[in-house]
Design a protein around this ligand. Structure first.
Ligand SMILES: Cc1cc2nc3c(=O)[nH]c(=O)nc-3n(C[C@H](O)[C@H](O)[C@H](O)COP(=O)(O)OP(=O)(O)OC[C@H]3O[C@@H](n4cnc5c(N)ncnc54)[C@H](O)[C@@H]3O)c2cc1C
Length: 486
């Protein structure tokens, strides 16, 4: 019996492997090679709900399986079948449901969570971004104010995943009367969350996006206790951000497999495409990206627990997200190049490259744009180096020290006054070092073939050398007219 035929209660007694195998069977119905590029209908979402996709996010007392590892494995599996489906799952679970599990009071939990433990295909989303406030959320115009019996929340949000379909929302707003105070509120669509315009996105078309006007009054217990003054390091966003490494790992396992199959099957002149030297280089770039994401996903599953306080994992999550998403985008582009004009077709019978290209592009933009996250990562290190040069700090810091030892590279170019552009670039170096350390750890812990680990590390070394070259470019002063070196 597959998971979608079992009552959700029976799913609780399955082992992790049995449970994930059931999800995998259901997810296979959404294979991106054949599944239409359209908003996922509720009855399709119902199949996944009945297979238990939400259960690992929910605590046991609310009928869940309460497992961080299973949250990762579901995203990995669904993303291998269909990347947009993986994102759909992340939004419903880590982005919208998990904050309620972690920070809401008992009354709000009792009101919301039991509805998500059964087979009802309800959906939930998070509304933070606004037309005037994306990367810098502190500029938001949506406000809340205390009124008799609760809070009134008013404002306009946009780009929410599941804009017109989610029934429950977590809405971020700022205090109308007090500066720098923010609050998260659980809101039902029926209470006054209106989708006033739909956007047509380039990719991830299983999910709907749009403009949402909010004018609601919610009872006091619906405010959840997770706000922080800075907004950027808040634990709230870390689980969904980190899960992009799991999505990348599943997705790139498939892209690597399919790129090889395509290149072996395509004749160019008298030989298979895969016999061409530079094609093999591109295949190596795809394979190493898959290896890097697998290692990052290993870190995610063995070192992080979404159910605990994730704040200490802030630097690791910034690195996981930026490196994994960069790898996903770059591998999708190599794959599309290899598939030639066939990869520029919608619905090609030979490959999913066009869709992969469109679906992945947004990964460096959403859930915190990568440039900003890299800057934050560099700033995190700079404020903790206690007078040491940055390269010395990175040689000592447990998250990067194994990589600095393995590379034996000169990182002294980082030891200078770092303006904004330099900080973004330096943050990328920190991310690459973190990724090298995780490839080393993953290889040691899983006994992976060294022929996979070594090239992955060398590609990352090359990325660091690329950043060093960008530092040299900035130092020439040739970009000063742009103000880029400041
Ligand atoms: C498919 C999709 C799904 C989404 N899902 C949700 C959702 O579920 N809920 C939600 O609330 N929002 C969602 N968003 C919104 C998303 O989180 C924002 O688009 C994102 O935060 C960036 O904001 P912005 O688009 O306003 O870009 P802007 O803030 O205008 O930034 C644009 C660009 O400026 C540059 N930039 C900005 N800051 C820096 C910096 N410090 N250093 C260097 N460069 C910088 C970067 O290149 C950045 O990409 C989604 C967006 C998309 C496209």
């Amino acid at each position: 019996m597959t998971n979608d035929l079992l009552p959700t209660n029976d799913l609780l007694s399955l082992s992790t492997d049995e449970f994930i195998a059931g999800i995998d069977t259901v997810a296979s119905k959404f294979d991106s090679a054949t599944y239409p590029q359209q908003i996922l209908p509720p009855d399709s979402w119902a199949l996944l709900v009945r297979a238990g996709v939400r259960l690992p996010t929910l605590p046991k007392q609310y009928g869940g399986r309460d497992s961080s590892v299973e949250m990762c494995r579901i995203v990995e599996t669904t993303s291998e079948w269909n990347l947009a489906l993986g994102v759909h799952v992340i939004v419903n679970t880590a982005l919208a449901l998990l904050p309620v599990v972690k920070w809401a009071g008992e009354e709000a939990k009792r009101e919301m969570l039991p509805r998500f433990a059964g087979g009802d295909p309800l959906m939930a989303g998070l509304a933070a971004t606004e037309p005037g406030a994306g990367s810098a959320l502190s500029a938001m115009a949506t406000t809340f104010e205390e009124v008799d019996g609760g809070y009134r929340i008013r404002g306009r949000k946009h780009w929410q995943a599941l804009s017109s379909s989610a029934h429950w929302w977590l809405v971020l707003a700022k205090n109308a009367h007090r500066r720098r105070e923010y609050g998260y509120f659980v809101v039902k669509r029926s209470e006054g969350f209106r989708t006033v315009e739909l956007y047509e996105a380039l990719g991830l078309k299983l999910i709907d996006y749009g403009v949402n006007d909010i004018d609601v009054t919610v009872p006091r217990h619906r405010r959840i206790n997770a706000e922080e003054p800075g907004l950027n390091s808040v634990d709230m966003f870390l689980a969904s951000r980190a899960l992009l490494a799991a999505a990348g790992s599943g997705f790139l396992r498939r892209i690597s497999r399919e790129a090889h199959t395509y290149a072996d099957g395509r004749q160019i002149g008298r030989k298979p495409q895969s016999k061409i030297g530079f094609v093999r280089y591109r295949l190596a770039a795809i394979d190493t990206s898959a290896t890097i994401c697998e290692a990052l996903n290993h870190y995610l599953q063995t070192m992080l627990d979404f159910k605990r306080d994730m704040t200490p994992a802030f630097p690791a999550v910034q690195a996981l997200k930026t490196v994994a998403t960069e790898r996903v985008i770059s591998a999708a582009q190599h794959y599309q190049q290899l598939t030639g004009a066939e990869g520029y077709r919608c619905g090609s019978p030979t490959n999913i490259a066009g869709q992969a290209f469109l679906d992945t592009r947004v990964f460096s933009i959403f859930d915190g744009n990568n440039d900003m996250l890299s800057q934050q990562l560099a700033a995190y290190c700079l404020t903790r180096r206690s007078g040491r040069p940055l390269s010395r700090f990175l040689a000592d810091w447990p998250l990067t020290a194994p990589a600095v030892r393995a590379l034996q590279a000169d990182l002294s170019f980082l030891d200078q006054r770092l303006g904004q552009a330099h900080q973004v670039l330096a943050g990328r170096v920190v991310g690459y070092l973190f990724a090298i350390a995780q490839v080393v750890k993953w290889a040691a812990e899983t006994g992976a073939d060294p022929r996979r680990a070594r090239p992955a590390i060398e590609f990352l070394r090359n990325d660091i050398a690329g950043v060093a070259a960008e530092f040299r470019l900035l130092a020439t002063g040739v970009l000063d007219a742009y103000g880029a070196g400041r």
